[in-house]
Design a protein around this ligand. Structure first.
Ligand code: BES
Ligand code: ZN
Ligand code: ZN
Length: 487
C-alpha cells in the first residue's frame, strides 16, 4: 500500500473514498452539517455520534471524492492506542471489503502526535490483509480487494516512519501467510527454505539446518519421536543474526508443528481443522528474524525452529512409551497430542547447552486450554525472570498484543511425575496451560526464560480489529518491541 501525505485539504487528489475521522462530542452539529452540506448530503443529528469505530457512509456529488466515510474516534480525552486500532481498522476494512483501491483520510490534529500517528498508520497497514492465494474462479466475483494507496491529509510526510511500518507489515504478513498456506506446502522443508532465504537479506544472518541424520546424531530423540508418524522429514533450523560483539544474545524458539493430527492420541476432526496453525510460533520467529534484518537492529538474536508434522502412521510414537531427550531426561509420553512441548524441550535444552544465551523466549500454540483460561485476545506468558517479564509487558502495552502472566506454580510439578520415567508429558485435565509451561521449565536450567502460549491468539475464526481471521501474525511486533527495549 502506497502512502502519500499532503499538508492542505485542497491538495488532496481523487480517491475512491474520503474518510473523515471525528472525536465524539467534539463533533458539533454545525461542523457535521458543514461537511454534509459541502457534499450535499442531508445528515440528521443523531445519524452519527462519533463513537469508537462508528461509521457513516454516503455518496456525494463532489468531484474528487465521490464516497465519504465518517469515522468515529470516541471522546478525545479517552483516546488510546487500542481505540485508534479499533476505529482505523474498521474504516480500512470497510473500504477494502467494498473493493475500493484508493482512499484518502483526514483526522483531528491529536491523531498526528507522533506515537498516535504511528498507531494510525500501523492499524491501516495491518488491516490491509487478505489471504486469497488459494482462491481461483471465485476471485473474479469477489468484490473485495486490497487498498492500494492512501493519502493522508493535513500532515507532513515522515518517510522514515512509513518505511519502518511497511517493513513491520511485511514481516507480520509473512507470518500470516506461512500459517494460512496449506500444511502440505508449509512443510518442515519449506520452513527451511524460507529461513535460508533470509541470508540474502542481510550479511548478519547465517542459517544452519539439521536434517534428520544430524538431528539423530545430536540425540534430539523427542523431535525424532514426534516425527515418526510423518512422511515429511523433520528439520531443526537455526537462524543466527549477529550485529555486535556483545555477549548478549536472545534466543527465540518457535513451535514448528506443520500439522497436528494429535498422532495416535488422535484429535477429533473438528479440533483438527485448524491445526495447520500449529507452526504459528515458528512463523513468528522466522518473521522476527526477517524484521530484525530488515531494520538492521543492533542486537544479537538466534531463532530456533524444531519443525515436524505430528501425524499418524504405522511408525507413530506411542502413548505409554518412554523416550529420551536431548537433555538426557527420559519422558513418558502419556498423550501424543502434547507434542509441542516435546519438540520445544529438545530445542530449549539444545539452546541452553550449545548457545548459552542471555535469555530464551519460546512461542508456541501449545495448548487449547489457554483459550479457556484467557479467551481469544490475551496470550499466556510464563517467566522465571522479572526483568524479562517487565520488558515484555511494556512491549505488549505498546503493540496492543495482549499478554497475561500466569504462575509457574512448583506444586503442580507433582502432576508431571511419571512412574517409569523422569517426567511425563501431560499433567491431567486441570491447569493444562500451567503444567505445559512447567514441563518446558524442566529443560531450561538456570537460563532466563519466558514461554508464550499463543494457542488462543495465533489463529482466529473471526477477525478482531487489526487481527485478521486465520493467521494473525501474533508475536512479531511484540518481539520487535522487546528487542528495541532490551537496553
Ligand atoms: N496444538 C495443540 C494446541 C492447540 C489447540 C493450539 C487448539 C491451538 C488450538 C497442542 O499440541 C495440543 O494438542 N495440546 C493438547 C494437550 C493435551 C493433550 C494435554 C490440548 O491442548 O488439548
Ligand atoms: Zn497436539
Ligand atoms: Zn500441537
Amino acid at each position: 500500500m502506497k502512502v502519500r501525505c499532503v499538508e492542505k485539504f485542497e491538495q488532496r487528489s481523487f480517491s475512491d473514498c474520503l474518510i473523515i475521522a471525528f472525536f465524539e462530542e467534539k463533533l458539533s452539529f454545525k461542523e457535521k452539517k458543514n461537511f454534509s452540506e459541502k457534499w450535499n448530503v442531508p445528515l440528521k443529528e443523531k445519524d452519527f455520534l462519533g463513537k469508537v469505530g462508528e461509521t457513516c457512509f454516503f455518496y456525494s456529488e463532489e468531484e474528487k471524492n465521490k464516497r465519504i466515510l465518517f469515522l468515529g474516534l470516541g471522546k478525545e480525552e479517552d483516546i488510546t492506542h487500542d481505540s485508534i486500532r479499533k476505529s482505523f481498522s474498521k474504516a480500512l476494512i470497510f473500504c477494502k471489503d467494498k473493493g475500493l483501491k484508493k482512499i484518502s483520510l483526514i483526522f483531528p490534529d491529536k491523531c498526528m502526535l507522533k506515537d498516535l500517528f504511528k498507531t494510525v498508520l500501523e492499524s491501516l497497514f495491518l488491516s490491509n490483509y487478505w489471504f486469497h492465494r488459494l482462491k481461483k474462479d471465485s476471485l473474479k466475483e469477489e468484490k473485495k480487494s486490497l487498498i492500494q494507496s492512501i493519502e493522508i491529509i493535513g500532515i507532513k510526510e515522515d518517510k522514515k516512519l512509513i518505511d519502518k511500518i511497511e517493513k513491520i507489515t511485511d514481516a507480520v504478513n509473512m507470518a500470516r501467510d506461512l500459517v494460512n498456506n496449506n500444511a502440505d506446502d508449509t512443510s518442515p522443508k519449506r520452513l527451511e527454505e524460507v529461513s535460508l532465504e533470509l541470508e540474502k537479506i542481510s550479511k548478519k544472518i547465517k542459517v544452519t539446518v539439521f536434517d534428520k541424520e544430524k538431528i539423530a546424531e545430536e540425540k534430539m530423540d523427542l523431535l525424532l519421536a514426534v516425527n515418526r508418524g510423518s512422511s515429511f522429514a523433520p528439520s531443526f533450523i537455526i537462524i543466527d543474526y549477529t550485529s555486535n560483539q556483545d555477549k548478549d544474545r536472545t534466543v527465540f524458539i518457535g513451535k514448528g508443528i506443520t500439522y497436528d493430527t494429535g498422532g495416535l492420541s488422535l484429535k477429533p476432526s473438528n479440533a483438527m481443522e485448524t491445526m495447520k496453525c500449529d507452526m504459528a510460533g515458528a512463523a513468528s520467529v522466522i518473521s522476527t528474524l526477517y524484521l530484525t534484518a530488515l531494520l538492521d537492529l543492533n542486537v544479537n538474536v538466534t531463532g530456533i525452529i524444531p519443525a515436524t508434522e505430528n501425524s499418524i502412521g504405522p511408525k507413530s510414537y506411542k502413548p505409554g512409551d518412554v523416550y529420551n531427550s536431548y537433555s538426557k531426561k527420559s519422558v513418558e509420553v502419556e498423550n501424543t497430542d502434547a507434542e509441542g512441548r516435546l519438540v520445544l524441550a529438545d530445542a530449549i535444552a539444545y539452546a541452553v547447552d550449545k548457545i548459552k544465551p542471555s535469555r530464551i523466549i519460546d512461542i508456541a500454540t501449545l495448548t487449547g486450554a489457554v483459550s479457556i483460561a484467557l479467551g481469544e485476545e490475551i496470550a499466556a506468558v510464563f517467566s522465571n525472570d522479572e526483568k524479562m517479564w517487565e520488558i515484555l509487558k511494556k512491549a505488549s502495552e505498546n503493540t496492543g498484543e495482549k499478554v497475561w502472566r500466569l504462575p509457574l506454580y512448583k506444586e503442580y510439578m507433582e502432576k508431571l511425575k511419571s512412574k517409569i520415567a523422569d517426567i511425563k508429558n501431560v499433567g491431567g485435565r486441570t491447569g493444562g496451560v500451567i503444567t505445559a509451561a512447567l514441563f518446558l521449565e524442566a529443560f531450561v536450567k538456570n537460563t532466563c526464560w519466558m514461554h508464550i502460549d499463543i494457542g488462543n491468539v495465533a489463529y482466529l475464526k473471526k477477525r478482531k480489529g487489526i487481527m485478521p481471521d486465520m493467521g494473525t501474525g501474533f508475536g512479531v511486533r511484540l518481539f520487535l518491541e522487546f528487542l528495541e527495549n532490551l537496553k
